[in-house]
Ligand binder design. Structure first.
Ligand SMILES: Cc1cc2nc3c(=O)[nH]c(=O)nc-3n(C[C@H](O)[C@H](O)[C@H](O)COP(=O)(O)OP(=O)(O)OC[C@H]3O[C@@H](n4cnc5c(N)ncnc54)[C@H](O)[C@@H]3O)c2cc1C
Length: 305
């Protein structure tokens, strides 16, 4: 049984009441047990220690672009990495760039264009923050974030800050194992490249994304990871999911691995849809699809998803 001492939390100036539907690209999500926006490392450490001492489940929020969050009152808190101290981007020596976890991937690419830094153009069109991109080893076109990382700064559950080198982090396809630590900053390695070429490569990748993915309706990106040597979208397309709807949720006509929030979908519509898609692919191809999106459900007791 959890011991919730919420008073310890709500007494802090960095804690607010906030529904998550305004903070997710899927426009979905209820009110968490607490919602906090630490202004600095001290407040972040304090929030983490309060969670530990009061046995409170919490999740870390970045840009909210890879999440399907339950509509109801949630039984976990949220620590949102978004304040200016986590939003800085500065050039360092030897082609390094220090980027706060709250910096959007779009801002990183703007920096690369302005400063003539190359290697991160594959991130064009991926929403969200650097923290979320590192946590999920985000990528496209055969590249992922780990390829441009040198080290990561994290804060653990005791509020301790540490620097992890890339070789100490277990990265895999759309996954980085950081043992539930909060990412606050990363050191990227980005080679000199002419601004014109950087701009051209970004545009090329943006155009490819626009041509293949839905852009007009709220969504959370690809629902499932691609199984080995397969495309989840193609398998779902063969199962007939393109354009299929359930309640207010609708599978994109363009890409069968995207569920769109078409008409005020409920989280239950989406959870049911995901189950049906998984079941159909298992029955037709005997393949177990693995989720790429993170489900933040009320009954999910994981400390950090
Ligand atoms: C239209 C669209 C297209 C997309 N295309 C792609 C694509 O091509 N490739 C791809 O990889 N993804 C894609 N995505 C998914 C998503 O944009 C990425 O996964 C992105 O990196 C998520 O970052 P975020 O900041 O929004 O994370 P969130 O959605 O806020 O969180 C995602 C996960 O990361 C964790 N997390 C976030 N910040 C931190 C932190 N500071 N410390 C520790 N954990 C943290 C969260 O706890 C959660 O588990 C797409 C999404 C959309 C909506």
């Amino acid at each position: 049984m959890q011991k919730h001492n919420m008073q310890n939390f709500t007494d802090n100036s960095f804690v607010k009441k906030q529904a998550l539907n305004r903070l997710t690209t899927f426009r979905m999500g209820g009110v968490p047990l607490f919602y906090s926006q630490p202004h600095n490392y001290e407040e972040l450490g304090h929030a983490l220690r309060l969670c530990r001492d009061n046995n409170l489940d919490f999740k870390v929020l970045g840009g909210g672009s890879n999440l399907v969050v339950d509509d109801y009152e949630l039984d976990f808190g949220v620590i949102h990495i978004c304040n200016p101290v986590f939003n800085k981007i500065t050039a360092g020596p030897n082609n390094t760039v220090h980027v706060g976890a709250g910096v959007s991937l779009r801002s990183i690419l703007r920096f690369c264009k302005d400063q003539g830094r190359g290697g991160a153009e594959f991130l064009a069109g991926i929403p969200g923050t650097l923290g979320g991109a590192v946590a999920g080893n985000a990528g496209a076109w055969g590249s992922s974030v780990e390829s441009v990382l040198k080290s990561v700064i994290t804060v653990d559950r005791c509020g301790e800050t540490r620097r992890l080198l890339k070789k100490d982090i277990d990265f895999s396809y759309r996954k980085a194992d950081l043992g539930g630590q909060v990412i606050t900053e990363a050191e990227m390695e980005l080679q000199p490249r002419s601004p014109e070429l950087v701009k051209k490569l970004i545009k090329k990748n943006l155009d490819r994304k626009k041509a293949s993915q839905p852009t007009s309706k709220p969504n959370a990106g690809c629902i499932f990871k691609n199984p080995a040597n397969e495309s989840a979208g193609k398998l779902l397309d063969v199962c007939g999911f393109k354009g299929w709807s359930l309640g207010g949720a609708r599978v994109s006509d363009q890409h069968a691995n995207f569920i769109c929030n078409d008409k005020k979908a409920s989280s239950q519509d989406v959870f049911r849809m995901i189950e049906k898609m998984k079941k159909a692919v298992k029955e037709k191809f005997d393949i177990d699809l693995e989720l790429e999106v993170k489900l933040w459900r009320k009954d999910d007791n994981a400390k950090v998803a």
